[in-house]
Design a protein around this ligand. Sequence first.
Ligand code: 5RP
Length: 274
Amino acid sequence: MVNAYLDTGIQSRMNRIINPKDNRVVMFAIDHPYFQGPTTGLRNMSKTIKTLLPYCDCLMTTRGAVRNNIALEDVGKKPIMLRVTGGNSVLNEELSDEKLTVTIKESIRMDAAGVAVSVYIGSVNQQQTIINLTEMINQAEEYGIPVLAVTAVGKNMARDLRYLALASRICQDAGARIIKTYYCEDFSKLVDYVSPTPVVVAGGKYTSPPDSLQMVHNSMEAGAVGVDFGRNIFQDDNPVGMIKSIGSIVHENYTVNEALEIYNACLPAASKLD
Ligand code: 5RP
Protein backbone atom coordinates (compact mmCIF):
# COMPACT_ATOMS: atom_id res chain seq x y z
CA MET A 1 0.00 0.00 0.00
CA VAL A 2 1.33 3.45 -0.90
CA ASN A 3 0.91 6.15 1.68
CA ALA A 4 1.81 9.63 0.42
CA TYR A 5 2.05 10.87 3.99
CA LEU A 6 4.36 8.14 5.23
CA ASP A 7 7.24 9.38 7.35
CA THR A 8 9.81 7.37 5.41
CA GLY A 9 12.81 7.82 7.71
CA ILE A 10 10.91 6.82 10.82
CA GLN A 11 9.17 3.91 9.11
CA SER A 12 12.37 2.59 7.58
CA ARG A 13 14.06 2.54 10.98
CA MET A 14 10.95 1.07 12.64
CA ASN A 15 11.13 -1.73 10.05
CA ARG A 16 14.74 -2.38 11.03
CA ILE A 17 13.75 -2.60 14.69
CA ILE A 18 10.43 -4.48 14.46
CA ASN A 19 10.35 -7.07 11.68
CA PRO A 20 7.51 -5.92 9.37
CA LYS A 21 6.92 -9.51 8.22
CA ASP A 22 5.47 -10.53 11.57
CA ASN A 23 5.49 -7.20 13.44
CA ARG A 24 7.62 -8.74 16.20
CA VAL A 25 11.02 -8.20 17.78
CA VAL A 26 13.50 -9.85 20.11
CA MET A 27 15.48 -6.93 21.48
CA PHE A 28 18.52 -7.77 23.60
CA ALA A 29 19.07 -5.26 26.44
CA ILE A 30 22.68 -4.81 27.49
CA ASP A 31 22.62 -1.19 28.58
CA HIS A 32 23.03 -1.99 32.31
CA PRO A 33 26.68 -0.85 32.79
CA TYR A 34 25.62 2.78 32.24
CA PHE A 35 24.56 2.78 35.89
CA GLN A 36 25.61 -0.66 37.23
CA GLY A 37 29.19 -0.92 36.01
CA PRO A 38 30.62 -4.38 35.21
CA THR A 39 27.60 -6.45 36.21
CA THR A 40 27.47 -10.28 35.96
CA GLY A 41 27.16 -11.40 32.36
CA LEU A 42 28.40 -8.07 31.04
CA ARG A 43 31.93 -8.07 32.49
CA ASN A 44 33.24 -9.18 29.13
CA MET A 45 30.84 -7.19 26.97
CA SER A 46 32.58 -8.06 23.68
CA LYS A 47 32.13 -11.78 24.36
CA THR A 48 28.48 -11.34 25.37
CA ILE A 49 27.73 -9.41 22.19
CA LYS A 50 29.70 -11.80 19.96
CA THR A 51 27.88 -14.81 21.48
CA LEU A 52 24.33 -13.48 21.36
CA LEU A 53 24.18 -10.97 18.50
CA PRO A 54 23.28 -13.65 15.92
CA TYR A 55 20.10 -14.51 17.80
CA CYS A 56 18.61 -11.08 18.50
CA ASP A 57 16.79 -8.75 16.11
CA CYS A 58 18.00 -5.54 17.72
CA LEU A 59 20.64 -4.63 20.29
CA MET A 60 19.73 -2.11 22.99
CA THR A 61 22.95 -0.71 24.31
CA THR A 62 25.12 2.31 24.97
CA ARG A 63 27.50 4.49 22.99
CA GLY A 64 30.52 3.00 24.75
CA ALA A 65 29.47 -0.58 24.06
CA VAL A 66 28.85 0.15 20.39
CA ARG A 67 32.28 1.74 20.06
CA ASN A 68 34.28 -0.71 22.12
CA ASN A 69 32.54 -4.05 22.08
CA ILE A 70 31.03 -4.77 18.68
CA ALA A 71 33.52 -6.67 16.54
CA LEU A 72 34.42 -4.92 13.29
CA GLU A 73 32.89 -7.67 11.17
CA ASP A 74 29.60 -7.36 13.11
CA VAL A 75 29.19 -3.59 12.73
CA GLY A 76 25.88 -2.86 11.00
CA LYS A 77 24.68 -6.47 11.23
CA LYS A 78 21.91 -5.72 13.69
CA PRO A 79 20.04 -2.45 14.34
CA ILE A 80 21.09 -0.55 17.44
CA MET A 81 18.64 0.92 19.95
CA LEU A 82 20.96 3.45 21.53
CA ARG A 83 20.46 4.45 25.16
CA VAL A 84 20.71 8.23 25.34
CA THR A 85 19.92 8.92 29.00
CA GLY A 86 21.99 8.38 32.12
CA GLY A 87 24.03 10.35 34.60
CA ASN A 88 23.53 8.26 37.71
CA SER A 89 24.81 5.08 39.38
CA VAL A 90 23.72 2.31 41.75
CA LEU A 91 25.63 4.16 44.48
CA ASN A 92 22.82 6.69 44.55
CA GLU A 93 19.56 5.53 46.17
CA GLU A 94 17.52 7.68 43.78
CA LEU A 95 18.15 6.25 40.31
CA SER A 96 15.72 8.57 38.60
CA ASP A 97 18.10 11.51 38.45
CA GLU A 98 18.88 11.13 34.73
CA LYS A 99 19.56 13.54 31.91
CA LEU A 100 20.15 13.25 28.18
CA THR A 101 23.68 11.96 27.67
CA VAL A 102 24.03 11.46 23.91
CA THR A 103 23.13 14.01 21.23
CA ILE A 104 20.97 13.23 18.25
CA LYS A 105 23.86 13.96 15.88
CA GLU A 106 26.04 11.44 17.69
CA SER A 107 23.20 8.90 17.50
CA ILE A 108 22.93 9.41 13.75
CA ARG A 109 26.71 9.17 13.40
CA MET A 110 26.58 5.85 15.23
CA ASP A 111 23.86 4.64 12.83
CA ALA A 112 21.31 4.14 15.63
CA ALA A 113 18.04 2.71 14.35
CA GLY A 114 16.35 4.23 17.39
CA VAL A 115 17.16 5.94 20.66
CA ALA A 116 16.02 4.96 24.16
CA VAL A 117 15.07 7.35 26.96
CA SER A 118 14.02 6.32 30.47
CA VAL A 119 11.21 8.06 32.31
CA TYR A 120 10.61 7.66 36.03
CA ILE A 121 6.94 8.46 36.59
CA GLY A 122 6.10 9.22 40.23
CA SER A 123 9.71 9.82 41.22
CA VAL A 124 11.17 13.05 42.53
CA ASN A 125 12.69 13.54 39.07
CA GLN A 126 9.50 12.80 37.14
CA GLN A 127 9.36 16.13 35.33
CA GLN A 128 13.04 16.13 34.41
CA THR A 129 12.79 12.65 32.89
CA ILE A 130 9.60 13.44 30.96
CA ILE A 131 11.32 16.54 29.59
CA ASN A 132 14.30 14.35 28.63
CA LEU A 133 11.84 12.26 26.64
CA THR A 134 10.04 15.13 24.93
CA GLU A 135 13.29 16.96 24.19
CA MET A 136 14.79 13.87 22.54
CA ILE A 137 11.56 13.22 20.62
CA ASN A 138 11.60 16.81 19.31
CA GLN A 139 15.15 16.36 18.06
CA ALA A 140 14.93 12.76 16.89
CA GLU A 141 11.71 13.19 14.90
CA GLU A 142 13.41 15.98 12.95
CA TYR A 143 15.88 13.39 11.64
CA GLY A 144 13.48 10.47 11.32
CA ILE A 145 14.76 8.54 14.34
CA PRO A 146 12.16 6.71 16.46
CA VAL A 147 12.35 7.13 20.23
CA LEU A 148 11.74 4.17 22.53
CA ALA A 149 10.48 5.24 25.96
CA VAL A 150 11.51 3.03 28.88
CA THR A 151 9.05 3.15 31.76
CA ALA A 152 11.72 2.69 34.40
CA VAL A 153 10.42 1.71 37.81
CA GLY A 154 11.98 3.00 41.03
CA LYS A 155 12.41 0.81 44.10
CA ASN A 156 9.19 1.89 45.78
CA MET A 157 6.89 1.89 42.79
CA ALA A 158 4.31 -0.81 42.12
CA ARG A 159 4.57 -2.75 38.90
CA ASP A 160 0.81 -2.99 38.43
CA LEU A 161 -1.53 -2.10 35.59
CA ARG A 162 -2.53 1.20 37.11
CA TYR A 163 1.03 2.47 37.41
CA LEU A 164 2.48 0.95 34.23
CA ALA A 165 -0.48 2.07 32.09
CA LEU A 166 -0.13 5.58 33.50
CA ALA A 167 3.58 5.65 32.69
CA SER A 168 3.12 4.06 29.25
CA ARG A 169 0.32 6.40 28.23
CA ILE A 170 2.38 9.42 29.27
CA CYS A 171 5.18 8.13 27.01
CA GLN A 172 2.78 7.64 24.11
CA ASP A 173 1.35 11.12 24.54
CA ALA A 174 4.87 12.54 24.59
CA GLY A 175 5.33 11.01 21.12
CA ALA A 176 7.32 7.83 21.79
CA ARG A 177 7.27 5.45 18.81
CA ILE A 178 7.85 2.32 20.93
CA ILE A 179 7.10 1.75 24.63
CA LYS A 180 9.11 -0.55 26.84
CA THR A 181 7.41 -1.50 30.05
CA TYR A 182 7.10 -4.34 32.57
CA TYR A 183 4.64 -7.19 32.33
CA CYS A 184 1.73 -7.11 34.79
CA GLU A 185 -1.65 -8.71 35.35
CA ASP A 186 -4.21 -7.66 32.71
CA PHE A 187 -1.38 -6.62 30.44
CA SER A 188 -3.65 -6.69 27.37
CA LYS A 189 -5.42 -3.64 28.81
CA LEU A 190 -2.15 -1.71 28.86
CA VAL A 191 -1.51 -2.72 25.24
CA ASP A 192 -5.02 -1.49 24.34
CA TYR A 193 -4.58 1.80 26.18
CA VAL A 194 -1.51 2.69 24.09
CA SER A 195 -2.58 1.08 20.81
CA PRO A 196 -1.34 1.42 18.07
CA THR A 197 2.04 2.22 19.66
CA PRO A 198 4.05 -1.02 19.83
CA VAL A 199 4.90 -2.34 23.30
CA VAL A 200 8.00 -4.38 24.20
CA VAL A 201 8.28 -6.05 27.58
CA ALA A 202 11.27 -5.66 29.92
CA GLY A 203 12.70 -8.73 31.59
CA GLY A 204 13.59 -7.54 35.08
CA LYS A 205 15.70 -9.47 37.60
CA TYR A 206 16.92 -12.95 36.69
CA THR A 207 14.30 -15.58 37.56
CA SER A 208 14.44 -19.00 35.81
CA PRO A 209 14.00 -20.21 32.23
CA PRO A 210 10.43 -21.56 32.77
CA ASP A 211 9.33 -18.39 34.57
CA SER A 212 10.81 -15.93 32.12
CA LEU A 213 9.61 -17.92 29.09
CA GLN A 214 6.15 -17.94 30.61
CA MET A 215 6.35 -14.16 30.87
CA VAL A 216 7.39 -13.91 27.21
CA HIS A 217 4.45 -16.11 26.26
CA ASN A 218 1.96 -14.16 28.36
CA SER A 219 3.27 -10.86 26.94
CA MET A 220 2.85 -12.02 23.34
CA GLU A 221 -0.63 -13.37 24.08
CA ALA A 222 -1.53 -9.99 25.54
CA GLY A 223 -0.49 -8.17 22.35
CA ALA A 224 3.11 -7.08 22.92
CA VAL A 225 5.22 -6.93 19.73
CA GLY A 226 8.11 -8.54 21.55
CA VAL A 227 10.50 -8.33 24.44
CA ASP A 228 13.59 -6.36 25.40
CA PHE A 229 15.25 -8.79 27.82
CA GLY A 230 18.66 -8.53 29.43
CA ARG A 231 19.49 -10.37 32.67
CA ASN A 232 17.21 -13.34 32.02
CA ILE A 233 19.36 -14.00 28.96
CA PHE A 234 22.93 -12.99 29.79
CA GLN A 235 22.85 -14.19 33.43
CA ASP A 236 21.46 -17.62 32.57
CA ASP A 237 23.79 -20.66 32.49
CA ASN A 238 22.63 -21.29 28.94
CA PRO A 239 22.39 -17.81 27.35
CA VAL A 240 22.22 -19.02 23.75
CA GLY A 241 19.49 -21.51 24.67
CA MET A 242 17.62 -18.76 26.44
CA ILE A 243 17.64 -16.24 23.59
CA LYS A 244 16.80 -18.90 21.01
CA SER A 245 13.86 -20.14 23.05
CA ILE A 246 12.61 -16.57 23.52
CA GLY A 247 12.82 -16.10 19.75
CA SER A 248 10.79 -19.26 19.18
CA ILE A 249 7.92 -17.85 21.25
CA VAL A 250 8.12 -14.33 19.81
CA HIS A 251 8.47 -15.24 16.14
CA GLU A 252 7.06 -18.75 15.89
CA ASN A 253 4.33 -18.76 18.53
CA TYR A 254 5.91 -21.72 20.37
CA THR A 255 4.38 -22.81 23.64
CA VAL A 256 6.51 -22.54 26.79
CA ASN A 257 7.13 -26.31 26.74
CA GLU A 258 8.20 -26.25 23.09
CA ALA A 259 10.50 -23.31 23.82
CA LEU A 260 11.99 -25.22 26.77
CA GLU A 261 12.84 -28.04 24.40
CA ILE A 262 14.92 -25.56 22.37
CA TYR A 263 16.54 -24.37 25.59
CA ASN A 264 17.37 -27.95 26.63
CA ALA A 265 18.74 -28.84 23.20
CA CYS A 266 21.34 -26.05 23.62
CA LEU A 267 22.34 -27.22 27.13
CA PRO A 268 25.17 -29.58 26.13
CA ALA A 269 27.07 -26.69 24.48
CA ALA A 270 26.08 -24.09 27.09
CA SER A 271 28.65 -21.83 28.67
CA LYS A 272 28.04 -19.07 31.19
CA LEU A 273 29.02 -15.50 30.37
CA ASP A 274 31.45 -13.60 32.60
C1 5RP B 1 15.36 -0.56 32.32
C2 5RP B 1 16.44 -0.75 31.27
C3 5RP B 1 17.45 -1.73 31.62
O1 5RP B 1 18.73 -1.37 31.56
C4 5RP B 1 17.25 -2.99 30.86
O2 5RP B 1 16.06 -3.02 30.17
C5 5RP B 1 17.21 -4.08 31.78
O3 5RP B 1 16.87 -5.28 31.16
P1 5RP B 1 16.50 -6.49 32.11
O4 5RP B 1 15.59 -5.95 33.16
O5 5RP B 1 15.81 -7.50 31.24
O6 5RP B 1 17.78 -7.01 32.65
O7 5RP B 1 16.40 -0.20 30.22
O8 5RP B 1 15.51 0.71 32.84
